[in-house]
Write a protein that binds this ligand. Sequence first.
Ligand code: HEC
Ligand code: HEC
Length: 261
Amino acid sequence: MRKAHLLVTALLAAVLAYPPASRAQHETGADLFSGEQVFQSLCANCHGRDGALVPNVDLGHGVFRQPYSDAQLVAVILKGIPNTPMPANPTMSEAQAQLVVDYLRSRAVDNSSALAGDATKGRSLFEDRGNCQSCHMVAGTGSPLGGELTRIGDSRTVAELTQSLRTPNAVVQPNLRWYAVTTKAGATVSGRLMNRDAFSVQLLDGSSGKLRSFNMADLSAHSFAASPMPALGSDWSDQDVADLVAYLASLRAPAKQGATP
Ligand code: HEC
Ligand code: HEC
């Protein structure tokens, strides 16, 4: 962390060497670009270049764990979150933090005009024919194996959702990767990778759904594995997929305060 901190401080100094921009009535492309620059130099280190690396936070899609006003987000950026790795940025101005907030807000997914499907039909495809709850949780029902989808409409575009259904392995979120181990005793287990270090690996076992831990010393093989998410093939019409996607896109957090109109 210490090293990361020094790096952050150095990067901050570099970014702040540019003349500070003042808060404009309406942000211009140039303002957003510099908000993006600040993000990529100071935040991407921990949050990831696309902003989704910190669990339950997806800054790259304007998704936060709670509805924040702009002023609250500025405060988070300037003061950090005490007792967590989220650092304060004492040398950043409020105007600069606001530029970052404008940039994050501009990334919020708006699927409202792109929906061709019927979300009600999609919901029954999800619960019945697709058997999606055997691997996914929505609002407390289902399995955590493939990841929670309760707010997936906030963070994925229609195009991304469609791709997830037709070609699941094309893009896999870093926290949803699948991993396979073979023990020296000959047992093979695969599941969602929860944690891995030099000595051990923890999986959410794909067959039992239970958390299991293995010592590296007891394994004869271990590696990433293909996602078990079944691709929807030609027996699923484009309309079926559009309905399913419409349902997924409708799974959103309650309306946020302070969102840009
Ligand atoms: C050293 C790593 C690190 C850096 C650098 C960092 N963050 Fe964070 N950030 C975190 C962590 C970890 C959390 C979650 C903290 C917690 O558990 O409450 C977080 C939380 C947040 C949150 C709250 C999200 C929510 O939904 O509650 C926001 C907003 C945020 N960061 C924005 C930024 C921005 C913007 C920058 C760059 C100016 C930045 N962060 C730099 C690690 C970092
Ligand atoms: C056998 C378990 C399994 C079943 C059944 C399954 N999924 Fe998945 N799903 C996964 C796994 C594992 C991932 C994460 C890896 C990946 O993206 O391929 C995933 C990823 C996803 C994602 C992307 C999540 C993200 O954060 O981007 C969506 C959307 C999704 N599934 C929807 C569905 C729908 C809809 C169905 C039913 C038609 C379904 N899944 C059935 C295991 C499953």
